[in-house]
Design a protein around this ligand. Sequence first.
Ligand code: SF4
Length: 226
Amino acid sequence: MLISEIFHSPQGEGKWIGVPSIFIRTSGCNLRCWFCDTPYTSWEPEGEKMSVDAIMEHIAQYDCEHAVVTGGEPMVTHEVETLTQRLHTAGKVITIETAGTILQDVRADLMSISPKLSNSTPVKDPAWAHRHDARRDQPHVIHELIKQYPYQIKFVVDQREDLHEIEAYLERYPDIDRAHVYLMPQGTTAEMLNERMDWLQEAAKQAGCQVSRRMHIELWGNVRGK
Ligand code: SF4
């Protein structure tokens, strides 16, 4: 499978924020969010072809219980099934980061789903905008993922108007437990995150959801390998 990077870092968001983890970042995505913070795995996918054996050999250097399989979109390739099975056999606690548009028969201790809202559409690229909008919302995938796995749902919120769409989304999926829903500020600097966090906390309280910091951006900004 095409691997963009493998690194060791604390998780930056959600339920296991701060937990030291091995990140395995696959390259390739079926979506093209305009704000993608890893364009080297979506708009211009790059990386090294690695076998699952080679990935397991590489991560053996880290004495670390948690593994995060992320992307790009790790669910675009069937090889993610073998990879997560091998991670499970090795005793890893597995988080999969996905936009929730594709199903694979994977092992996961936490399915971390970031649904892409209408604010993600790359409007300046009409061809991709059409494909993106046709793919970004797959209700049967969301229902299956939250039925089959422990999960968290993470929404990146850019503007207050996004909150209406999130509320409509959650009303469409009454099987989602709002205690597992995190609202997170959009931003590439600590200042941008803090400005949005000011009003996001109250909005999350009213919606019965949680907020999540984005610790990796606060600490290091929007850089690779963190
Ligand atoms: S789904 Fe994730 S990796 Fe794919 S384009 Fe959107 S933000 Fe980037």
